[in-house]
Design a protein around this ligand. Structure first.
Ligand SMILES: Cc1cc2nc3c(=O)[nH]c(=O)nc-3n(C[C@H](O)[C@H](O)[C@H](O)COP(=O)(O)OP(=O)(O)OC[C@H]3O[C@@H](n4cnc5c(N)ncnc54)[C@H](O)[C@@H]3O)c2cc1C
Length: 396
């Protein structure tokens, strides 16, 4: 099977940033993407909150991310990830074009739009129902359309649609928008935008194409119809994590749980960007996550796997676990090094403070601890405070 150091799943802002950081750190990087590199931003017309660039279309920004990543020559592969597995401790990425074994994996597969789930939605998708204003807005020149949703994306995309449509209704189930103040003010000052609050879509109806929405007012309980020829649905997103949801821990909804180093519940598997259980899902946070995930993967590959080789694979290892932030233990390590060289004994020194995963794996709870391992199996352990203790423990 093909073996790689770092495999990144998804080439959106998180995956492309991780590729830049991973390659700069000298890792062999394979990035697997099922569509065009760039991710969700490619379907938005305007990004104005990426620092340093006051205005760019999503496609422009995505192209510049991709070109930047390409400069460091990761390998891009056009494939769909269908599952992520751990087989005999080895991480295997399964795609529709074959399997790849990875030392570390970063899941950066982002999120996708949610559907409303009302009658008519599926039937009219592509015939008036859309999830992408940039892709389909121009088909509605001079027509009346509705945007469904109340967050930033809904309000910003409604503004974009006013370039084409004669009127844009924003249908929202609450009595005010969730979006930020600036986009809301911009939308409300646009004479083509008409908000319809406290309303949910009961059905999308028409003939060959969409002709109207059936709306239900949640306060008055009234049912009404709204004649429109297009419906743009922006009611949130769901994570693209199904291929890994039985492997890594997720929160309700399938968002992947990580710590601040982007480590998931499975060693050597990291997650970054919108797919993660996180407070804010934006380009800037996805890029930041990608950088952290790549550096965590780098430290996992260089430290953890190296440790595995020197600690768990040899026939016999005399190990001393210590803490590099405890001056007494750092002095002990210096003395042990001298003692070991005078006795011609090999002692493998492991900084437990920096290698918590390995400590957990071996059940080391206090430092310093000496341990004898044979082919990765613990034979004995002792708490030691001097080189003499260590000598006694090793029976030397
Ligand atoms: C309409 C719209 C407007 C937006 N406007 C803004 C804005 O103005 N400012 C802002 O900061 N953010 C905005 N966002 C949000 C922003 O796009 C996301 O936060 C950001 O793209 C997340 O990046 P990501 O890399 O985590 O995921 P994504 O961008 O979702 O990228 C994930 C990539 O993984 C790929 N992928 C998924 N599953 C698989 C699989 N199984 N196999 C292989 N590849 C896979 C996808 O094809 C995709 O390319 C907007 C989003 C939308 C939809």
């Amino acid at each position: 099977m093909e073996r790689r150091e770092l495999v990144i799943l998804g080439a959106g802002p998180a995956g492309l940033t991780a590729a830049i950081y991973g390659r700069r750190a000298g890792l062999d990087v394979l990035i697997i993407e099922r569509g065009m590199p760039g991710g969700q931003i490619t379907i938005t017309d305007e990004i104005e909150n990426w620092p340093g660039v006051q205005h760019a279309s999503g496609q422009e920004l995505a192209d510049s991310f991709r070109r930047h990543a390409e400069k460091f020559s990761p390998e891009f592969r056009d494939a769909t990830v269908t599952s992520l597995e751990v087989r005999d401790g080895r991480k295997v990425v399964v795609t529709d074009k074959g399997e790849v074994e990875a030392e570390a994996v970063i899941i950066a597969t982002g999120a996708n739009f949610k559907r409303l789930g009302c009658p008519g939605e599926a039937e009219y998708t592509g015939r008036g129902v859309s999830y992408c204003a940039v892709c389909d807005g121009a088909f509605f020149e001079g027509e009346e359309v509705a945007v469904i949703g109340g967050g930033n994306t809904a309000v910003e995309e409604a503004c974009y649609l006013t370039q084409f449509a004669s009127k844009v209704y924003i249908v929202h189930r609450r009595d005010s928008f969730r979006a930020d103040k600036v986009p809301v003010e911009r939308a409300m000052s646009n004479p083509k935008i008409v908000p319809i609050f406290d309303s949910v879509v009961e059905a999308i109806e028409g003939g060959d194409m969409v002709e109207r929405l059936v709306l239900w007012n949640v306060k008055t309980q009234e049912v009404s119809t709204l004649p429109v020829s297009g419906v743009f649905i922006f009611v949130g997103t769901a994570p693209n994590s199904g291929f890994a949801s039985s492997l890594v821990e997720t929160s309700p909804g399938g968002w992947i749980k990580t710590n601040s180093r982007m480590e998931t519940s499975v060693e050597g598997i990291f997650a970054a960007g919108d797919v993660r259980d996180t407070f804010l899902r934006q380009v800037v946070t996805a890029a930041g996550d990608g950088a952290v995930a790549a550096m965590s993967a780098y430290s996992y590959i260089t430290e953890q796997l190296h440790l595995q080789k020197i600690l768990l694979e040899p026939p016999r290892v005399n190990a001393l676990f210590y803490s590099s932030i405890d001056q007494e233990q750092v002095r002990l390590v210096g003395r042990v090094e001298e003692w070991a060289s005078s006795k011609n004994v090999q002692v493998t020194l492991v900084d437990g403070y920096r290698n918590l995963r390995m400590m957990e794996k071996l059940g080391v709870r206090e430092l310093p601890t000496a341990m004898v391992l044979k082919e990765g199996r613990e034979v004995s352990r002792a708490s030691v405070t001097s080189e003499e203790d260590l000598g006694l423990f090793l029976e030397l």
